[in-house]
Design a protein around this ligand. Structure first.
Ligand SMILES: Nc1nc2c(c(=O)[nH]1)N[C@H]1C(S)=C(S)[C@@H](COP(=O)(O)O)O[C@H]1N2
Ligand SMILES: [Mo]
Length: 398
């Protein structure tokens, strides 16, 4: 996460992002205004109403910054249509001065641009189905992307409102209408106030109006969303309508009930289980010999692999090692990390491995500087969250 008051282009130059990343990001925004309902680049739609889509992995691992039209979309309801001129963000709850802020009001605060990876807690959910079918959007490993996010620090806005001492959690509510148990609710979340205040400039959570240097698209939360680097995507609420300071966690379904790791979905399990906040470490293979991994029939010998790796959401976590195995985990080689490092950001990696007719699968695993690692297996859970076991690609070697 790079904090700055400078433009995205300057920031990209300053942090030395690979030229292809810059080129692809610019090209994507030039070619696709991202405003039309069905124009979404190379995305594979898992559902179209609401819109849930992920990029093919071979496209995803081409660039450290994910072009907006290749960035996964996860929405629980149709995109609300919001007039940016009439838009007001409400700040309420345990504050001395409740506020109703236009976008221009918000922009009076110092602007920050950070680069951060967003991923859905359900990324790689489809792999749980080998044990027993899990519900939810059937994500492969593409529900992840890395973008620059421009906006203001939530901490600054809370200061303006005079947040009171008793506040422990900050609630976010969206302006979308999600059908739920016969009624309509907004998508919502909350984060602990310590997360909001994180970092020297207090940019643990941002109120964001631009993604990759362009206004947010309708799919990604226009005109305003939160971004909470290091936390699961569900805490980065799109089409943000209100922020509430409270002594308690949000009662919204998506914080109080959904997004928990439970083996049964009965009320006791839900209420006794804590919400997921931080990301888990994860990695996947994106290409074999530069091609999509789908048809992995290989000749014996050296093959070139590329993929992504994301450290856990623990403060200061850096990717330590990405390792590959061609013998079902008996021995491991180490991949090369191919781009710079930034807080709460993924990295891309490449490796050459030597496969033989005995090789049945390619496996990648990773660990980070905070002790997080990808386990060989992740216990099945009813909603299919936090799948970060060794990522395996079956192969046939001739
Ligand atoms: N208002 C609102 N915010 C939302 C959601 C939603 O459905 N409604 N989905 C959440 C989930 S589960 C994820 S993973 C991220 C996805 O953000 P993206 O679509 O920009 O990739 O948005 C989060 N914020
Ligand atoms: Mo998500």
């Amino acid at each position: 996460m790079t904090a700055s008051h400078i433009s995205r282009r300057q920031m990209i130059v300053a942090s030395g992002i690979v030229v292809t990343g810059l080129f692809q990001a610019d090209r994507a925004t030039a070619q696709s205004p991202n405003t039309s309902a069905n124009d979404a680049g190379d995305l594979i739609f898992r559902t179209t109403d609401p819109r849930n889509a992920e990029p093919p992995l071979d496209k995803l691992v081409q660039s450290w910054i994910t072009p907006t039209d290749q960035f996964y979309v996860r929405s629980h309801a149709p995109n609300p249509v919001i007039d940016p001129k009439a838009f007001r963000l409400k700040i309420a709850g345990l504050v001395r001065k409740p506020l109703s802020l236009s976008l221009d009001d918000l922009k009076q605060h110092p602007e920050h641009t950070v680069t951060a990876t967003l991923t859905c807690a359900g990324n790689r959910r489809i792999e749980f189905n080998k044990q027993a079918k899990v519900g939810g959007v059937q994500w492969e490993a593409g529900a992840i992307g890395n973008a620059t996010w421009t906006g203001v620090a939530l901490a600054d806005v809370l200061k303006q409102a005079g947040v009171q001492d008793g506040a422990r959690h900050i609630w976010f509510d969206g302006l979308d209408d999600v059908p739920h148990e016969g009624g309509i609710i907004p998508f919502g979340a909350s984060v602990p106030i310590e997360k909001v205040m994180e970092g020297e400039q207090g940019i643990g959570a941002l109120l964001v109006y631009a993604m990759n240097g362009e206004p947010l698209t309708p799919d990604h939360g226009f005109p305003l969303r939160t971004i909470v680097p290091g936390y699961i995507g569900a805490r980065s609420v799109k089409w943000l309508g209100s922020v509430t300071a409270s002594a308690e966690t949000s009662p919204n379904h998506y914080l109080a009930t959904a997004y928990k790791v439970v083996t049964k979905t009965d009320p006791i399990d839900w209420s006794e289980t804590a919400p997921i906040y931080r990301n888990v470490i994860n990695a996947a293979i994106g290409t074999i010999e530069g091609q999509a991994v789908a048809q992995a029939k290989l000749s014996a010998g050296t093959v070139a692999l590329k993929g992504y790796v994301m450290p856990s959401g623990l403060v200061g976590a850096k990717v330590d090692k990405v390792q590959l195995s061609v013998d079902s985990g008996k021995s491991w080689g180490v991949a090369e990390l191919t781009n710079e490092e930034d807080a709460y950001c993924w990295r891309l990696w490449k490796a050459n491995v030597t496969v033989t007719p005995q090789s049945k699968e390619l496996i990648v695993r990773a660990n980070d500087s905070k002790g997080a690692f990808m386990p060989a297996r992740v216990p099945w859970n009813a909603k299919g969250y936090l799948q970060n076991s060794w990522y395996r690609v079956p192969i046939e070697v001739i």
